[in-house]
Design a protein around this ligand. Sequence first.
Ligand code: PLP
Length: 391
Amino acid sequence: MITARAAERAHALTELPAYVYDLTALATHAGAVRAALPPSVELYYAAKANPAPELLEALAPHVSGFEVASGGELAHVRTAAPGVPLAFGGPGKTEDEIGAALEAGVERFHVESEQELRLLAAVASPRRAVEVLLRVNLPLDAAELGGAALAMGGRPSPFGLDPDRVEACLPLFAGGGPLRLRGIHAHLASGLDAGAQLAVATRIADWTRDFEARHGLDLTEVGVGGGMAVDYARPAERFDWTAYGEGLRALADRHPRRTLRVEPGRALTAYCGWYVTDVLDIKHSHGEPFAVLRGGTHHMRTPAAKSHSHPFTVLANETWTRPWPRPGVRDTPVTLVGQLCTPKDVLAARAHVPELRVGDRVAFALAGAYAWNISHHDFLMHPPPSFHYLT
Ligand SMILES: *Cc1c(COP(=O)(O)O)cnc(C)c1O
């Protein structure tokens, strides 16, 4: 659950808490994902999962582009990875953000609404042609999706256009304006296994083909979104990229004129990061043991955001110099909490440990995505973690 290099660094760190990223492991993983997909399928990384420049740089050789979802991400990613194509998505794009995106030469706009499309046309008017994918909120068959953790498609949502409203956008592409309709984009659910992802991709591609035929269009691009599962309960499991790639190959064969594009975030970067800290206190409260760790969910909000117990490895530290007995627990479930004065600051609830003592180190796995960058850093004003990028 922790690479040898990351474990070695985690033991050697003098300042805790810390984030440790294994960039070599990240590059290997991204290379394997890329190799599992047919060459014709474009792999984009959704930067919101973790936009750290070091990670973007490690990913750049393996991706066709980055998906950004704000003016801030756009400016940041352009600087961190110059020359890598960008797709600009996300709801509520402002006039200033659209202007900046046009200025930066963004390759694709994922448009979320009619208002946004009109605004884009207005801002772009005197400038170059603008390549657009309309984001559609397609209904999904619940049975197809199995245990989708976070379904966004097919129900009321701020994301994308209802299928019948996509049609209403078509006149805006006519008449020699700057907008070019390249295709359809959708990101309908997250936490899907390969079978469910394929069902979703098929649904989007087939809908695009039917829509194209109905309106006599030429739609050459289909973005099928991200949301490939990361299993926090079974951290050694991986999304089945081989099966997904094979399925996409068959799908691409049925859509020979169209470029398929996938845009995972979590499933690319989650595995390369660890949040490492140490145990400050162990106590019993009404019969249950609690381990209080340095740091907490203000550094790694993931378990609070997803209401799960975060997987971790104990890194034993044999040094104990205090003149009193070392507090610890053995072969028991223990709740790992942080330093925040809120009962929500739980990193792992009733997790079984062979042994855990004050002064031992703990490395939380799957902390490379939606961890530091989604956390409320300033709450309670504890010091920030240090960051270590292993190359
Ligand atoms: C967040 C997001 C993604 C990435 O989702 P993951 O679950 O991290 O794979 C892809 N596309 C869009 C439009 C998103 O909003």
